[in-house]
Design a protein around this ligand. Structure first.
Ligand code: SF4
Length: 274
C-alpha cells in the first residue's frame, strides 16, 4: 500500500498546482491516505497545502518525504533505497515503470544473477532478447562468451555477480537513452552498496561511462584500474562487441589477466591478515 501511495504522490507532485478536493485524483488520494496509519499527518498537510518557496512545513525526521528549501515539489525517498537484501530489493522493483517505453516492452526485469556476496561484480549494458525472455543477464551468445572469458581467468559465473546498467531491454537492442540510464543507475548503485565487491569489471562503453561518470571513449579507459566509490574498476570490451570484432579479443585478454592478478593480490593480502 505504501508504494501505491508513493506513486500517487509522484503523480500528484506533477500537477499539485491544480489540485482540489473536488477532482477524482484528489479523492483517490484522500481515501488512500486516510487508510494509512503509519503515514505522518504532516504528509497529508504537505499535500493539501503545497510548500511555498523558502517555507518548511514538513518535519524531515518524522516522514519519508523531504522538502527542498527552494522547491515546491516534495522529494520522495523510495522504499527500495532502504532495502538491505538483494533478494528483497529485486522483488521490490519488479513493477518499475520509470522508463515508460521499456517497461511496456519488457517481458522481465533482469535484475542480476550470481553470488550476492561476491568479491567481483561484472556490469554490462542492458538485457537483450534472450535475457529479457529468461529474466537473467548474459544468457545469449554474448553471455556464453562472457562465461568463457571468466573461465579463462579461473572464475565461474557462480563466483561473481553479473548485472547491467539497465534492467529492462531497449527495443530492437538500441543503445540506452540518457534518461533511461539516469532512471536505472540508482538501482545499480544500491546493488553495489549491498554486494560490496572488491573489484568491478565494466563491460563496454555504457557501463564504463556510467560507472565512471565520464565521456571518455572505451579505448582510453581500458587497460588500467579506476575507482568507483573506492572500489577498483577495470574496463574492457563488451562480449557482444567481441563477437562483431574478434580483433578486440587480445586486448580483452590483457585486461582480464590484469583483473585476475589484482583479484589474487587482494586475496593474498586478505589471506595474510586472516
Ligand atoms: S530500465 Fe530500470 S528504471 Fe527503467 S523501467 Fe526498467 S527497471 Fe525501471
Amino acid at each position: 500500500m505504501n508504494s501505491e501511495i508513493l506513486m500517487k504522490l509522484v503523480r500528484y507532485s506533477k500537477f499539485n498546482q491544480e489540485y482540489s478536493t473536488g477532482n477524482t485524483f484528489g479523492k483517490e488520494l484522500d481515501e488512500l491516505l486516510s487508510d494509512i496509519a503509519e503515514i505522518d499527518f504532516s504528509i497529508q498537510s504537505a499535500i493539501h497545502h503545497p510548500v511555498k518557496k523558502n517555507e518548511k512545513t514538513v518535519d524531515k525526521n518524522k516522514t519519508s518525504i523531504e522538502v527542498e528549501e527552494d522547491s515546491e515539489i516534495p522529494m520522495i525517498t523510495e522504499e527500495w533505497a532502504k532495502c538491505d537484501s538483494i533478494h528483497d530489493f529485486s522483488a521490490m522493483i519488479q513493477g518499475c515503470t520509470k522508463c515508460g517505453m521499456l517497461s511496456k516492452g519488457r517481458k522481465n526485469i533482469v535484475f542480476g544473477s550470481g553470488n550476492p556476496n561476491a568479491g567481483i561484480v561484472v556490469v554490462g549494458e542492458a538485457p537483450g532478447a534472450d535475457e529479457d525472455e529468461q529474466g537473467l543477464p548474459f544468457v545469449g551468445r554474448a553471455g556464453r562468451l562472457l562465461t568463457d572469458i571468466l573461465a579463462a581467468i579461473n572464475l565461474s559465473r557462480d563466483e561473481v555477480y553479473i548485472c547491467n546498467i539497465l534492467k529492462c531491454r531497449p527495443p530492437e537492442n538500441r543503445n540506452p537513452l540518457p534518461d533511461e540510464i539516469s532512471n536505472c543507475e540508482p538501482y545499480l548503485a544500491r546493488q553495489l552498496e549491498l554486494i560490496k565487491p572488491k573489484l568491478i569489471l565494466a563491460l563496454g562503453t555504457f557501463a564504463a561511462q556510467t560507472l565512471l561518470n565520464t565521456k571518455e571513449p572505451l579505448g582510453k579507459l581500458r587497460g588500467r584500474f579506476h575507482l568507483y566509490k573506492n572500489i577498483k574498476l577495470m574496463v574492457t570490451y563488451h562480449p557482444a562487441a567481441l563477437l562483431r570484432n574478434p580483433n578486440w579479443k587480445r586486448p580483452t585478454w590483457e585486461d582480464v589477466k590484469m583483473f585476475r592478478e589484482e583479484y589474487d593480490n587482494i586475496h593474498g593480502i586478505t589471506n595474510e591478515r586472516s
